[in-house]
Design a protein around this ligand. Structure first.
Ligand code: ASP
Length: 361
């Protein structure tokens, strides 16, 4: 049919026709995959390294409160959360698949070295997520906080309940962790623990209990939250970590042994140990326990003291400063103080120098 009668039939003028054609062209072009890929910025890349824990649990009787084995693969965990694809391009690596009681200092070294290698080789990775059992989660996270030498976020995450159970928390925790690892605001914040939509510095996080909200800090350490509208940071640590850390684990095959002693009524005051360092968890330097400290110090063991809660600094004064001063831990849980002492002992045995390290990390 000739153009003019057709236009009349459709009640379109030439001007309206060209407008309609322009709109049609925009709609068609916008729908073409080549154009949409160019106009939408690529999502950040996040690497998920899986080590196991309840987050990878599979129950014998799904949907119950019953027991489970740790056997879901990292790809299965990611497949449970399709929402992740809205926030990041995810790559995965099955580093281990164990309960976190089986995580050792040797595995911390391997994990830190693996993350350092990946972040050094791969500029395109925005951040790393480590899935982990909750029992030892804060220890691994604090080790990474001190030994990953990058400004990029390292987020450690777990779950209280397995993904096959009632009301699993792992999928939301994993999604939140990926969102934090992908967020530009998460750079320079060091190692972080993301649980229950809360972002806590790995330095200060504690597992207070194994129910919702169980990962928390005591007085300081919560950095921000993961909300539906975005990842929001409000605070950051002023202490040294990650990119500013002086600890280089690339050539370390084994960490010096450091033990934690807990002083309580009737504790054996012998002060015997083969460890190179001891963290003493106590509520005071009691004069009656002097022989214990003397024995440790005379055998050349580096002694550091902290409250069992980690929330109070015990400053040793004379006679606890002879022959070497004991180390005052600056607000770290005993298990975290042990990690810092292990790393400090890879650098020096001088107590004054070790105290300087505890003052800045
Ligand atoms: N047994 C588990 C683990 O630490 C507990 C958990 O992940 O919550 O591996």
């Amino acid at each position: 049919m000739p153009l003019m009668p057709l236009l009349r039939l459709l009640r379109l003028s030439r001007t309206r026709l060209s407008r309609v054609a322009a709109v049609l062209a925009i709609v068609l072009l916008a729908g073409s995959p080549a154009i949409s890929r160019q106009s939408r910025p690529a999502l950040p890349k996040v690497l998920i390294l899986a080590t196991g824990g309840t987050i990878a649990g599979e129950q014998r009787e799904p949907g119950t409160l019953g027991p489970y084995e740790i056997r879901k693969t990292v790809n299965e965990l990611v497949d449970l959360v399709p929402e992740i694809q809205k926030y990041a391009q995810v790559e995965t690596e099955q580093f281990l698949n164990v309960a976190s009681a089986r995580i050792t200092p040797e595995l911390w070294l391997q994990l830190a070295r693996r993350i350092n290698t990946i972040l050094a080789d791969r500029d395109d990775i925005a951040g790393v997520v480590v899935t982990h059992g909750t029992d030892r989660l804060t220890e691994t996270a604090f080790f990474l906080h001190l030994t990953v030498r990058s400004s990029k976020p390292v987020v450690v995450v777990g779950a209280y309940r397995p993904p096959t159970g009632i009301s699993p928390d792992g999928p939301l925790n994993l999604l939140s962790a990926v969102r934090v690892a992908a967020a530009p605001e998460a750079r320079d914040k060091g190692g972080m623990i993301v649980m229950d939509e809360r972002i806590i510095s790995a330095r200060d996080a504690q597992k207070l209990y194994a129910r919702n909200g169980g990962f928390n800090d005591d007085e300081m350490g919560t950095l921000g939250i993961v909300a539906p509208h975005g990842v929001e940071f409000f605070y950051s640590s002023t202490r040294k970590h990650t990119a500013n850390s002086d600890f280089d684990v690339s050539g370390i095959r084994a960490l010096p042994r450091v033990d934690v002693h807990y002083l309580y009524a009737g504790a054996d005051p012998a002060g015997r140990t083969d460890a190179r360092g001891v963290v003493v968890a106590t509520t005071a330097l009691a004069p009656d326990e002097r022989t214990y400290y003397d024995a440790l110090q005379k055998s050349g063991t580096v002694v550091a003291t902290t409250f069992p809660s980690g929330a109070q600094v015990i400053t040793p004064s004379s006679p606890y400063t002879e022959p070497q001063p004991m180390i005052a831990v600056k607000r770290l849980l005993p298990a975290h103080a042990r990690i810092l002492l292990m790393l400090a002992l890879t650098k020096t045995h001088d107590s004054r120098e070790i105290q300087r390290i505890f003052d800045i990390y």
